[in-house]
Design a protein around this ligand. Sequence first.
Ligand SMILES: [Zn+2]
Length: 220
Amino acid sequence: MSKSDKLTVKLYREDPYLREFEAEVTSIDGNGVVLDRTAFYPEGGGQEGDTGIVEGVRVTDTRMVDDRIVHILEAPPSFKVGDNVKCQIDWERRHRTMRLHSAAHIMEHFLWQRLGKINRLGSHVDDKKDRADYEYDGKLPPDELKAAEEATNRFLAEGHEIRIRLDPSRPGIRIWSCGDIEMPCGGTHVRNTREIGAIRLRRKNPGRGVERVETALAED
Ligand SMILES: [Zn+2]
């Protein structure tokens, strides 16, 4: 792939609800395809890359490679650079990921309210669950986790709007906000907490000094 390609227009930024679109193929390298525009979210910020279909070929992952969004196909495609292709993301998977991603930010707010701002070491979200690892000495108290879960579910049911804005002082940084809660995040999110439904929290201990909080949809 040449470096001279223009950057892909990130359709998932303007409209995280876009499921189908058409695009022009700008480069192909083996199974990796770059488009002039895409609704496929590339893995980043702890959120998994989208899967779906490009012109009838399965996309198994989407990744950022050297600032370019690469759609990883199941097999080398028969289409060529310059072709217009029909694309579709796996919406069910993406929407569940959006619900869980938004829920995890809200969960963290209520967890911090109870335990203080414990340091998050990492996080990962897919369509099954969000997991967040915190630096923590000992065991997260189960009653505090339960209280955070209840507070989160009350808040979700209240139907708060979720907004994304750009940070004027830090170019490229997007701020996620909901009620009084805000944080920098470039992931995809639902518009309203009602869309999330209720969640369930679970604690795990992946190792010494680290406590993991898993957020899952209560309906599962
Ligand atoms: Zn986020």
